[in-house]
Design a protein around this ligand. Structure first.
Ligand SMILES: [Mn+2]
Length: 421
């Protein structure tokens, strides 16, 4: 759990970075309409959540940094007994204050008035406002037909003010994780491990990819407060070479591999784990040969992770490793051919988003959490292998957060043999 002091200090860091005479407005967002009167499940805007801990849709954060005042305001929907009988209880002002650490919690219906007043010379107690910071990265939905991008245009016209995109500034802060955030990721990884083990219990030739997916997702949902970090990938045989294979509809065949790429999330902090298993419990010689190249690459690349290294350097390291090994073992006819069988990048940051804000050219620092996920994909053999761990960058090197999740050939074969007995 992240406490209100941490949210407070995150806001202070951002306030420090804002130009003087500024407002920062962040929207929690609204559920997107699906069809008829149904909506897609609501998912909180991560930058808003990062600075408030509030998960209620339609909320707004306003930070003020003006000569007249430095302040924080949170706007939430008014409680409404009649609506709450249909769609659930809204948080109280006290609850919002306790979670976020923001003293001034106001009703959402007063937000527009507050902004208008801020820009009207005689009513503003903020003083001069020269610019407004907004998160413009995505078409974040504020209202039925209004995105932040629309809102920015309106505000610019109405208030003659400069708009600055604050997205990158917040993403940069999010790249360095606090101990409390790392604990959430650890918990998400532990639950993911449990889910993988439960999926392996039902893995058997003749069953289907969706049986494994369902077993994994059921385990995740059974843990209170845990959700799926992203759409579960269970790709057997020829499907293993499709990086984000979406369907999970095929039968598991004797003698083939199955690739898992999946993760649970705790308080929106994601785990992102890939493992590859032999469906009948034993790797064939060729599968083992390729698996061990990927595994050795996974370990060597993990050992290369340390402060100062960039993700670009990490990927070059992994790609060279795979090229050398595949060439030496006769799997490709030249090192250049590696791009045919390895076609993604080895790492991304992990956090409130599974692919967390990532500046690939900036050097790693202690507190970053990244994935390490080399893979090899030989369509001609129906072999797709990826081994992905989640790694914390420390002062002296790294800590593999997912070190307990099974990946050695002998451990996998042993576990699966017990299952078959
Ligand atoms: Mn990943």
């Amino acid at each position: 759990m992240i406490n209100s002091n941490e949210y407070s200090s995150r806001r202070n860091k951002i306030l420090d970075k804002l130009e003087n005479n500024s407002l920062l407005i962040l929207f929690a967002g609204q559920a997107r309409k699906k069809s008829g009167d149904a909506s897609f499940p609501f998912d909180i805007n991560r930058n808003f959540y990062y600075l408030t801990g509030i998960e209620q849709e339609n909320s707004v954060l306003l930070l003020v940094k003006c000569d007249g005042e430095i302040g924080e305001y949170l706007f939430i929907d008014e409680k409404n007994e009649k609506i709450e009988k249909w769609t659930g209880i809204k948080m109280t002002v006290e609850e919002a204050r306790e979670i976020s650490g923001i003293e001034t919690v106001l009703m959402r219906s007063t937000f527009e008035g507050k902004i208008e007043a801020a820009f009207s010379n005689n009513m503003s107690h903020f003083g001069q406002i020269d610019q407004v910071y907004l998160d413009l990265e995505k078409e974040l939905k504020i209202d039925e037909c209004v995105s932040t991008v629309h809102y920015a245009e309106e505000l610019k016209k109405k208030c003659q003010t400069k708009i600055i995109d604050v997205n990158e500034m917040i993403l940069k802060e999010r790249m360095v994780k606090s101990p409390a955030e790392i604990d959430c990721i650890r918990e998400a990884i532990e639950t993911t491990d449990l889910g993988i083990r439960n999926a392996l219990r039902v893995m058997k030739q003749g069953r289907y990819e969706y049986n494994l997916r369902n077993a994994f997702e059921y385990s995740i949902m059974e843990e209170y407060g845990t959700t799926l970090a992203f759409d579960t990938i269970i790709a057997s045989g020829k499907n293993g070479v499709i990086l984000h294979y979406p369907e999970a509809k095929d039968m598991l065949n004797d003698g083939e591999l199955v690739l898992f790429d999946l993760g649970a999330a705790k308080s929106h902090y994601s785990a992102d784990i890939s493992r590859t298993f032999p469906i009948n419990g034993k790797f064939s010689d060729l599968q083992k040969k390729i698996y061990e190249i990927v595994l050795e690459c996974n370990k060597a690349t993990i050992n290369f992770i340390r402060p100062g290294i960039t993700l670009v350097e990490l990927n070059d390291f992994a790609k060279n490793f795979l090229a050398e090994e595949c060439f030496a073992k006769g799997l490709i006819s030249s090192k250049e051919e590696i791009t045919r069988v390895y076609y993604h990048s080895v790492s991304h940051h992990l956090g409130l988003d599974t692919h967390d804000g990532t500046d690939r050219s900036s050097a790693l620092v202690a507190g970053n959490v990244i994935t390490c996920e080399p893979g090899l994909y030989f369509a001609e053999y129906n072999i797709g292998i990826r081994i992905e761990d989640d790694v914390l960058v420390t002062e002296n090197g790294r800590e593999v957060l997912s070190k307990n999740i099974i990946k050695e050939v002998s451990d996998i074969e042993k576990l699966l043999r017990f299952r078959n007995e």
